[in-house]
Design a protein around this ligand. Structure first.
Ligand SMILES: NC(=O)c1ccc[n+]([C@@H]2O[C@H](COP(=O)([O-])OP(=O)(O)OC[C@H]3O[C@@H](n4cnc5c(N)ncnc54)[C@H](O)[C@@H]3O)[C@@H](O)[C@H]2O)c1
Length: 404
């Protein structure tokens, strides 16, 4: 049994008691003493996940009998101590938000908490839709810039903790620092990942489990675009795009699914989400851009298939299909952006400046503008809030692509 796995099971157990998000941070404890109020868990080496669930449940029943709580409240541990052969192996510090859990570790404060028991069917006021991510643990791959950056900023502003994972660790770290300064709390954490590399993705999910105790919302956003004619494009370029946009989503879903399934063992009623940032090019072809469009079409096949399989664990899998995000670097970068490229290659007939190119693309949209981060985050909140839908693609295209 590895420490991250136990963190996820403890988090799930506390979520199940309260119906609310929880955070778990752990420390290896060497030969230390078990804190007086800790939930003591004797876990044998090699214990199975199911066996560990039984240990947690039994230990909690005994622990609860000794603790008092006001009427209508349940006592909650703020520390769980795992020991093997009489020796303390690790301490897990638990609280409602990440900074409080970290403070408990620093102060070694194991005083028990109390929470209201979980009730199902909590009503969310539509005006406060962002509340669906408050205190949730979220992940945005490719979060260092562009669409991912917009999503990460919005999630943090809505009260979530967001792991910003990117090939560009420096960019992810810079954004994380900015967000934490704005939010005045640990709202973001940076991680390095290459979504096309299985080992890198597995290590990323282990790091998430070990630093927060689990995950509620995984946004698979990292993606690339290399346009090219079917008659000309190099196989290497085709594979590069496919590896990241299509295969990368499989790899992310594989390890996200494993983590969320584990959490489900102790939080069976808790719903979690995997959301792929797809594209309008996943709903209609894209001329001389087959690698991109094909990978995005395929992504929707994966979304629907994974949704069927993972529903058993209360994991929803959906996609958001944005129209052109014209303000992001992919389009607007002064040298490398698509506006500059399309101007230089004469792709837009009669265009003399990048402003003309932009106007051409805006005019393709019935709503006459590009997609923004605000448009996308609304779709994400909708998907998280909507408990009765999975395997779907939500278009956010200003009417450019209409479902038929
Ligand atoms: N920009 C648009 O108009 C648009 C429209 C529809 C959909 N999308 C989709 O939105 C997503 C984000 O696009 P964007 O425009 O913000 O792109 P972007 O190029 O601005 O940002 C992509 C981010 O992903 C990271 N990344 C690239 N390869 C990676 C890898 N292998 N592992 C981890 N991180 C990696 C990059 O470092 C970068 O930070 C993509 O999936 C894209 O297909 C974009």
């Amino acid at each position: 049994m590895i420490y991250g796995t136990i963190a996820v099971l403890i988090r799930g157990f506390c979520i199940d008691l309260t119906g609310k998000p929880q955070f778990v941070v752990y420390e290896r404890a060497g030969q230390g003493k078990i804190p007086a109020h800790a939930l003591a868990l004797e876990i044998r080496l090699g214990e199975s996940e199911e066996g560990t669930v039984g240990v947690i449940q039994k230990a909690y029943t005994a622990w609860k009998a000794e603790k008092s709580a006001a009427a209508g409240e349940v006592p909650l541990p703020s520390c769980a101590a795992v020991y093997t052969d009489g020796k303390l192996a690790a301490l897990y510090w638990i609280d409602n938000d990440l900074d409080s859990a970290r403070k408990r570790l620093t102060e070694q404060n194991d005083s028990p908490r109390a929470g209201t028991p979980a009730i199902s069917g909590e009503v969310i006021n539509a005006a406060e839709r962002a509340a669906v991510v408050k205190n949730r643990v979220t992940l945005v791959t490719g979060g260092a810039q562009g669409i991912g950056e917009e999503i990460a900023r919005s999630l943090a502003a809505a009260g979530a903790v967001v792991f910003i994972a990117d090939l560009n660790l420096e960019g992810a770290q810079k954004l994380t620092d900015q967000i934490n300064t704005i939010e005045q709390r640990t709202a973001a954490l940076a991680l390095a990942v290459n979504v096309a590399d299985e080992q890198s993705v597995e290590a990323m999910f282990s790091a998430i489990a070990e630093s927060s105790g689990g995950l509620d919302l995984c946004i698979s956003n990292a993606g690339v675009l290399k346009a090219g004619s079917v008659l000309e494009q190099d196989l290497a370029d085709f594979k590069f795009v496919t590896d990241i946009n299509y295969t990368g989503f499989f790899v992310i879903s594989k390890f996200a699914g494993r983590l969320l399934r584990l959490q489900h063992l102790t939080a069976p009623a808790w719903k979690t989400d995997i959301i792929q940032i797809n594209s309008k090019s996943g709903l209609e072809g894209s001329n001389k851009n087959g690698a991109y469009s094909g990978g995005k079409f395929g992504g929707l096949g994966l979304v629907a298939s994974f949704a069927m399989e993972l529903v058993e664990y209360n994991i929803k899998v959906n996609a958001v299909c944005p129209g052109n995000f014209l303000d992001g670097p992919l389009w607007s970068h002064p040298e490398k952006g698509l506006f500059a490229q399309y101007l230089n290659t004469g792709k837009v007939p009669g265009a003399k400046t990048v402003v003309d190119v932009r106007a051409f693309y805006e005019n393709k949209v019935p709503m006459k503008r590009g997609c923004t981060g605000k448009d996308l985050i609304r779709a994400i909140y909708y998907i998280v809030e909507q408990e009765y839908e999975t395997g779907q693609a939500v278009p956010v295209t200003g009417g450019q692509v209409m479902l038929h």
